[in-house]
Every structure is written in C-alpha cells, then in structure tokens.
Write a protein that binds this ligand. Structure first.
Ligand SMILES: C[S@@+](CC[C@H](N)C(=O)[O-])C[C@H]1O[C@@H](n2cnc3c(N)ncnc32)[C@H](O)[C@@H]1O
Length: 290
C-alpha cells in the first residue's frame, strides 16, 4: 500500500489508528499501560508506530523504559515531557524494504495495528533480528470480524459508492471542470443519500459538506478544480488505507501461524474485549524469541 496515503493521514492531524477512539482508545491505552508496568528498565521498539500511540502510553506508565519507534510515513511522535521522552524515532523507514539491521535490536518489540500490514509470509523470520535473543514481543493486531474491522467494512462500502463512476465524486469533478451543472451534482447527492448502500453519517457527511462548500466557492466566481482534486485524493487515500486495513485483519488461527516459527516460543493469542459490552476489538499476540 502506498506510503503517501499514510503521510496524508498523519499530516491531517490523526493521532491514532482508524477505529481507536472512544471506548476502544481507553481499553487499548490501558492494555499498553498495564503491560508497560510489568517491565523493567528495558529497551522497546514500537513498530509501525504512527504518531507513537503505543510508545507514549508505555512511557507514561513506566518512564524507565528506553523507547524507540519506527514508521515509514513522515511522522514525528507526540511529544512527552520530562524523563519519559522517546530515545529515537525512525520515520520514513520502510520495514518491508529497508535494512532492518540499521534499527538495532531490542528487549521488547511492540506494535498496534501495524505489523500485520507487512509480510504475510515468514513474518517472524523477517523481524527476528529486531529482538535480542530471549527478547519478547507484544502485538495488537486487527481482528477479522471484530468491532474495528466491522466499522472498516462499512466505511469501505460507502467510499466505494462515493467514488464509483457516475457517483457523487465523479459528477462533482465534471461540474468543477465546467462540464456539468450544480443541479446534477445535487441530484447525485440526493440519490446517494436515499440509497440503501449508505452506512455511516460521518464519512458521507464530510464528503458531501466538502463538495457543497466547493460548489458555493464556484458560484462566487472562484476556481475550485484544484481544491476538488486535492479533496478527492484525500478520499481515495482514505479508501486505500481502510481497504488495506481490512486485508490485514486476522483470525485467531491466522495470527497464531503468522507469528509462530522455529525462532519463537510461548506464542499466545488472545482476544481483547471492550469490557462493558464484551465486544471483541483486537487480537493480542505475545511471545518470545528463542
Ligand atoms: C493503522 S496505523 C497504526 C499506527 C499506530 N501503531 C497507532 O496505533 O496509532 C499503521 C501504521 O503502519 C505504518 N506502516 C505501514 N506499512 C509500513 C511499512 N512497510 N514500514 C513501516 N511502517 C509501515 C503506516 O505508516 C501507519 O502509520
């Protein structure tokens, strides 16, 4: 998947992965804080760290850790005051292509909704050099059919409808290029709203209100085509990210075989639940390098 799609997500001010909000964010932050409190003054690498949601929670709970992060997007981690600062953050580093030896090796490797985006084959062999002998790993991965995957599946369907030929974005593009009328765009939006495919208010709401603002700009005599193209690109990036998230989601068995190898021992896969409703939100995969 394209790194640009992630650059644009973090540039637009995202601080957490898709779906990590509200109750899920509380639950997952607590998960990392609890884990962090079980550790000594050890070195930790947060893989596919994004803006460092995991490392930040771990440092807040245990300031003795030496925390490192890596991500291929152009990101800087959230800043943390005082003794609990990040040691180093490798941004723009592609874990599937760049030389992993450059990152060094660590007592603990962690990841939240990141590592499963990478290789589907021989995953552990690829990453094992990042762990010292006896080093441990703790990864939260997307769960197929879990709460976040279900939200993502609805979002993908909705974005597909918005982006398809003759759909809302296509009709709007013709209008902003001077080849159609605002009335046609409004008509397509009305059809979309009335259609049974519509799932979430937030995604369509943002797209539709963005288009409406650009139509007003055009009516006031401003050219909107460049703004529209940038806007459409954002929607396409969002589609690409959400789709690749869906492909990365794993079942319990898939996670077990993905992370088990001759180099690992004591691999355990468990569900992470939202406690108040017992809804499954992720898979936790823990183990050790032999
Ligand atoms: C769903 S986000 C998770 C970010 C963070 N762990 C969090 O929970 O907020 C997935 C992250 O994986 C990163 N990523 C995807 N493929 C990567 C690769 N090949 N190398 C390094 N990072 C990658 C993306 O840039 C993105 O920041």
């Amino acid at each position: 998947m394209s790194r640009i799609a992630w650059d644009s997500f973090w540039e637009l001010g995202g601080t957490q992965a898709f779906g990590v909000e509200g109750r899920a964010a509380i639950e997952l932050n607590e998960y990392w804080q609890k884990f962090s409190q079980t550790l000594n003054a050890e070195s930790v690498l947060d893989l596919c760290a994004g803006r460092g949601a995991v490392g930040t929670q771990m440092l807040l709970a245990n300031s003795r850790l030496s925390m490192y992060g890596v991500d291929y997007a152009k990101v800087t981690p959230e800043s943390i005051d005082g003794n609990a600062a990040w040691e180093e953050f490798f941004s723009g580093f592609d874990l599937s292509k760049d030389q992993l030896e450059r990152l060094g090796s660590y007592d603990i490797c962690v990841s939240q909704f990141g590592i499963e985006y990478l290789h589907r084959e021989k995953a552990f062999e690829h990453f094992s050099c990042l762990m010292k002998p006896g080093g441990r790993f703790n990864f939260l991965v997307h769960l197929k059919g879990g709460a976040i995957d279900t939200m993502a599946s609805e979002k993908v369907k909705e974005l597909e409808v918005l982006l398809r030929s003759g759909g809302v974005l296509d009709t709007a593009e013709s209008f902003f290029m001077g080849r159609g009328s605002a009335g046609e765009v409004v008509h397509t939006i009305q059809d979309f709203i009335a259609s049974a495919d519509k799932k979430t208010k937030s995604v369509s709401g943002q797209v539709i209100s963005g288009i409406e603002k650009l139509i007003s700009m055009t009516r006031e005599g401003h050219s909107s085509i460049d703004f529209f193209r940038a806007f459409k690109q954002r929607v396409q990036n969002d589609f690409q990210r959400t789709e690749s998230m869906r492909h990365s989601a794993m079942s319990e068995d898939e996670a077990l075989s993905y992370f088990s190898s001759e180099l690992t021992t004591s691999v355990r896969v468990e569900y992470v639940f939202l406690r108040d409703c017992m809804e499954k939100v992720a898979l936790s995969v823990r183990g050790q390098k032999v």
